[in-house]
Design a protein around this ligand. Structure first.
Ligand code: DGP
Length: 114
């Protein structure tokens, strides 16, 4: 697998505004925010796509989603709400082939997304 921009962020080659980190995940602000709060959460063990999670250990996947939920709480989004988005593949507009969850909040979000 070739290094993606998120591999470079994870090992410090590209600086980001980190909002949370533990042994499993790194969470940082999106460079091109689509909402007042827009944070990306990436697992430290790379999968390229959400589709791969069907073949990953469920404990690892569980820790990833627990971390996403915890980051949203740290960001103060629990009361008013937020959206978690994972784009998988070209039809969804996935640009970076490294699994990542978007946390979007701080405004009313339209449904369905375009
Ligand atoms: P997706 O379309 O789901 O693959 O979203 C990729 C996101 O990654 C997009 O919202 C912009 C963000 N992004 C791309 N390059 C960088 C970067 O160098 N730094 C940060 N902080 N975010 C980035």
């Amino acid at each position: 697998m070739n290094d993606t921009i998120f591999d470079k962020i994870l090992d410090g080659r590209i600086p980001v505004e980190t909002v949370y980190e533990n042994e499993d995940v790194l969470a940082f602000r999106d460079i091109n925010p689509k909402a007042p709060v827009h944070v990306l959460v990436i697992p430290k063990v790379r999968s390229e796509r959400f589709a791969e999670l069907a073949h990953r250990p469920v404990e690892e996947t569980g820790r990833f989603f627990a971390a996403v939920s915890g980051v949203a709480k740290i960001l103060g989004l629990n009361d008013k709400g937020y959206r978690v988005v994972i784009n998988n593949g070209p039809d969804a507009g996935q640009e970076v082939e490294y699994l990542h969850a978007h946390i979007l909040g701080g405004r009313t979000l339209n449904w369905p997304p375009g």
